[in-house]
Design a protein around this ligand. Sequence first.
Ligand SMILES: Nc1ncnc2c1ncn2[C@@H]1O[C@H](COP(=O)(O)OP(=O)(O)OP(=O)(O)O)[C@@H](O)[C@H]1O
Ligand SMILES: [Mg+2]
Length: 382
Amino acid sequence: MSEVIAVDGVSKRFKIHHERHNSLKERILHPGAGSTELFEALRDVSFSVGEGETVGILGHNGSGKSTLLKCVCGVLQPSAGQIRLRGSLAALLELGAGFQHELSGRDNVYLYGSMLGFSRKRVDQIFDDIVDFSELAHFIDTPVKFYSSGMYVRLAFAVAVNVDPDILVVDEVLAVGDERFQAKCIDRIRTFQREGRTILLVTHQADTVKAICDRAIVLDHGLKVADGEVGEGLRIFREHLLGGAAPGSTPSAPAVRIEAVSAPSGSFEVRHGGQLDLEVDLVSDQAVSGNLVIEVYTRSGLLVSRNDAQAAPVDLAPGATRVTVGLSDVPLLDGVYDVNVGVVDPQGGTVLGWREKAAAIQVIYDGRAGGVVALDAAVTQW
Ligand SMILES: Nc1ncnc2c1ncn2[C@@H]1O[C@H](COP(=O)(O)OP(=O)(O)OP(=O)(O)O)[C@@H](O)[C@H]1O
Ligand SMILES: [Mg+2]
């Protein structure tokens, strides 16, 4: 597999200015007062991506994902290290990056094309495909500053996938579109994969990473802490996310196995507002005190809820332990939800055991509200 992206010892430092004087008068009297600190958003990050690979980048907020993608795209210059690319690149960066807000959708498409070295004639040829994909024909002559974030992403994604790039870089944004458009984007990404293009993708949606990535890289405070198989990457990501573990630390804690999750009632069905009890069977080879984590996801991979694990202590004796988790006043609307179950160390938050999709619960709701949860909208007219 030939190398398409080579990131070699890349660091990125930002200057952060701390104002010492807050009032306008003080700032006028003492201009420039305050201190400047160098903040290292990326620390000596190296990896390479082969042709046709799809690599997911995971990491907590502020871990450096967007900074890394911006360096790869050349929007930012690394403070140290080098990045080499082979082939053309199209990028879908964070919201707000890329388009000229005063210009219409149409003008932005031409502007982006010219930045990629496309002639006007060449953009003419792909223009209809872009508008078709974005489903924004009606708004294409509206300045993009009036677009909703979803519309903005539609156009940006449509442009990125129609300019025939060898490398596609996507930051987060997929989550902004509605579910149908997200599915359409994922479909197009799969086509890209079949065509052997290389993809670098930042997302917080574990399901998306699992569904489309060949490999996962995990960042923590600007350091690369994992690079490899997706399942392992997700596990390490969770560990760092839940525990705030020091970068580079490796867990040496005892392991707990989540053996099974069952419903004492015999059914994982629950009515909206009702109660569902779950039995969790845990197995440990030694005595362990931990906290139980229960995550509920929609089928599209949106995290609906993670419990406060600090309030859910479990004491495991060596061998098997069964605990019951009562989910009361279930606020969810109708649909099927996946439940992840884990046990974390109460001190460091290290994951001692984890089971993805340990159960699927079916919520039944007869009302008219839509979405994932029912929001009580009490209308008063004066
Ligand atoms: N232009 C900048 N000047 C100063 N600090 C910056 C700048 N851009 C990013 N940072 C800082 O660098 C760190 C990494 O930011 P980055 O946007 O790369 O995080 P991220 O992993 O994309 O986070 P998120 O999940 O929230 O999108 C953050 O602490 C951020 O505040
Ligand atoms: Mg980001």
